[in-house]
Design a protein. Sequence first.
Length: 114
Amino acid sequence: MVAEAPHADGPLATLASRISSLDVLRRFALLGILLMNVQSFSMPIAAYFNPTAYGDFSGLNAIVWFLVHVFIDQKFMTLFSLLFGAGIILFTSRAEEQPVPSAAHQPPMQQNHP
């Protein structure tokens, strides 16, 4: 069973109505956030900012820390935040295209007492 997302044409969307490039970028950003947090999951929090706080800082440890720090750290969180904002804009623009039921704009009914 495939879960379907909300869409302007109805309560459920087909896979064709989704923007696949945004979905791919979201998955890529989530993978980057996971790579960014692996160090925090496996070591004390001090090692996130100071690589010498946990173990030695030579050889492969230094290379991996440098690559993660330069190419991954905070870049994927920024990308994911941008994609979240794009999703909100798409959601609100699709919601504005839908007709609003008239009952939503009517004041509550008043009872007439004799």
